[in-house]
Design a protein around this ligand. Structure first.
Ligand SMILES: Cc1cc2nc3c(=O)[nH]c(=O)nc-3n(C[C@H](O)[C@H](O)[C@H](O)COP(=O)(O)OP(=O)(O)OC[C@H]3O[C@@H](n4cnc5c(N)ncnc54)[C@H](O)[C@@H]3O)c2cc1C
Length: 510
């Protein structure tokens, strides 16, 4: 059995970032990834292939709480879900780390503070080439350090919309986006098109493959195995240490061992892996004496909204501003509503499935040409009954009941109000048509919370260094550790935390 200093399972925001951080230590590192590289091919930017046929989505189904099968929007590949993410990289708000009262209940405090993560947010923003404007977001925590790269310029139609929103007395701000705009080999023009939801063959999008794994593999001490599905973690007889990592590689089972094992398979799959690894000493699943593993699944209350304006919108990259004025509340509501951001520009193909029901008589081409695209995120709460379990065949069951919806409904209303009032209705949005689509359970993009961290081993599975309370050489660094979900996109927090855990490993463990 080959032995390593460290095994990292998964190459997404958590695993990819940690691999990059630890590669220069010279320690012998094995990275195990169940997927393969997404090929660079013309289909990368083909809406029908990517959106309608799900070319890069995992080919597996899960079941919901009623046993109904669904196809999750999840991606098994080098870089994980960051390969298709929109790279909107926002910090959680300082108050998100504290207890927050929501209409639907309490969002619990984290056992680390914003200040503990602040230096790592900065490190992650630099690593992922985040373009932004510090101080422009009214709810962003203070940091004297500016973003090292300037915000992306709005294209003319988006600039106009931005100005109109500002005239309403709101404070729209440039959306922080991670991309590398230094031309490669002196010849490539950075193309910010087909970005949100698509893999990027130009590799200018700062994803965990390009920024994390590709750079880590430049070090001889780092090995990556793809198509390497981690089936189980096997402990020693005491149950206190992981002794073997059982991997299914090309149909064969192989064991590897390491001094330290880092799980970063994404919130659903990491929980599933620990549950699959139950043994005599851990009858409820590995490191699960607290019975929290798999529980408190969160994925946000998310909706997409498309507004049709009479004015054409020839924008290529629309994802350049966001609105946080309602993040913590509104004049008519004392509880948090959430976050609004622009989406990548839609096209006719994307509307094909929904169009006839909401816009009869309009051609898809007309709609696409005139659409303004928005994404809304509100916090969902960590309910114990929202959980990942395994059925008798070992397949994933994701039980989720929507919650804390009032703030989200009000956020949708606020956005409708904004859209009705931007600029002058006669030529901006006189005949508004909206596609207001709440993202269903298959929308697992923002999954988190299933192996939460904390000081109390009775209510958390990991300590605040993300080490399992009950297993001394086991860490988890993907989105599983979140005690609450906040209302911003999760990836920057996952990356920053991976860097924080990386520092801990370098100083205290390796
Ligand atoms: C379309 C889309 C758009 C998004 N846009 C944004 C955005 O703009 N901003 C933002 O902050 N977030 C965004 N997200 C969410 C973001 O991508 C995730 O929060 C982030 O990737 C989660 O990181 P992770 O490390 O927890 O897991 P992942 O990135 O999912 O990585 C997990 C990895 O583990 C591997 N794996 C799973 N099981 C096993 C196993 N048993 N053995 C070996 N390997 C395994 C997977 O193949 C995968 O590579 C988006 C997501 C999607 C799908």
């Amino acid at each position: 059995m080959e032995h390593f200093d460290l095994i990292i399972i998964g190459t997404g925001a958590g695993g990819g970032t940690l691999a990059r951080k630890l590669a220069p230590t010279g320690k012998k590192i094995l990275i195990l990834e169940r997927g393969n590289y997404i090929p660079r091919e013309k289909e990368n930017w083909d809406t029908e292939e990517v959106f309608l046929k799900g070319r890069y989505k995992a080919k597996e189904n899960w079941t919901d709480k009623n046993g109904k099968s669904f196809h999750p929007g999840i991606h098994y590949c080098v870089g994980g879900n960051t390969k298709v993410y929109g790279a909107a990289l926002l910090r959680m708000r300082e108050q998100d780390f504290k207890e927050l009262k929501h209409h639907g209940g309490i969002s619990p405090a984290w056992d680390i503070s914003y200040q503990d993560l602040a230096p790592y947010y900065l490190e992650a923003e630099k690593l992922y080439s985040v373009h932004g404007l510090r101080g422009s977001d009214p709810t962003e925590p203070f940091d004297e350090n500016p973003y090292s790269l300037p915000p992306i310029e709005h294209e003319p139609r988006i600039q106009e919309l931005f100005n109109n929103v500002k005239q309403l007395g709101l404070k729209p701000f440039p959306l922080p986006i991670g991309f590398n705009n230094s031309p490669k080999n002196g010849d490539s023009q950075v193309v910010l098109d087909r970005f949100d939801g698509f893999p990027d063959p130009t590799e200018s999008k700062a994803d965990a493959h390009v920024v994390g794994i590709k750079e880590a593999l430049k070090f001889e001490n780092v090995t990556l195995l793809t198509n390497a599905y981690v089936n189980r973690l096997i402990t020693d007889a005491s149950g206190k240490s992981v002794k073997k990592v059982e991997v299914e590689l090309n149909g064969e089972f192989i064991n590897y061992s390491a001094n330290t094992v880092i799980v970063s398979a994404g919130a659903v799959n990491s929980a599933a892996l620990l549950l699959r690894s139950a043994n005599e000493k851990h009858p409820n699943g590995l490191a699960n004496g607290s019975d929290v593993v798999g529980r408190h699944y969160m994925a946000h209350n998310n909706s997409a909204m498309i507004a049709l304006s009479t004015k054409p919108n020839p924008t290529k990259f629309g994802k350049t501003f966001a609105i946080n004025d309602y993040y913590f509340g509104a004049d008519d509501f004392d509880f948090p509503l959430g976050h609004i951001q622009m989406l990548g520009k839609s096209d006719a193909e994307m509307f094909r499935e929904d169009a006839p029901s909401f816009a009869p008589g309009l051609t898809l081409e007309y709609m696409a040409k005139h659409a303004l695209d928005f994404w809304m995120t509100s916090e969902d709460l960590p309910l114990a009954e929202n959980r990942v379990t395994l059925d008798k065949n070992g397949n994933i069951k994701l039980s989720y009941t929507e919650n804390n919806l009032e703030g989200h409904k009000r956020l949708q209303k606020k956005l409708r109000w904004i859209l009705e009032h931007v600029g002058c209705e006669t030529h901006v949005l006189p005949n508004n048509v909206y596609l207001g689509k709440k993202i269903p359970i298959a929308g697992t993009a923002h999954q988190c919370g299933t192996i939460r961290f904390g000081n109390n081993p009775k209510t958390s599975a990991l300590n605040t260094n993300c080490r399992a309370h009950e297993v001394e050489n086991l860490y988890v660094v993907d989105g599983s550790f979140f005690p609450s979900s906040s209302a911003v996109n999760p990836a920057l927090t996952i990356m920053a935390n991976a860097l924080r855990v990386g520092d801990h490993l370098i100083k205290e463990v390796l």
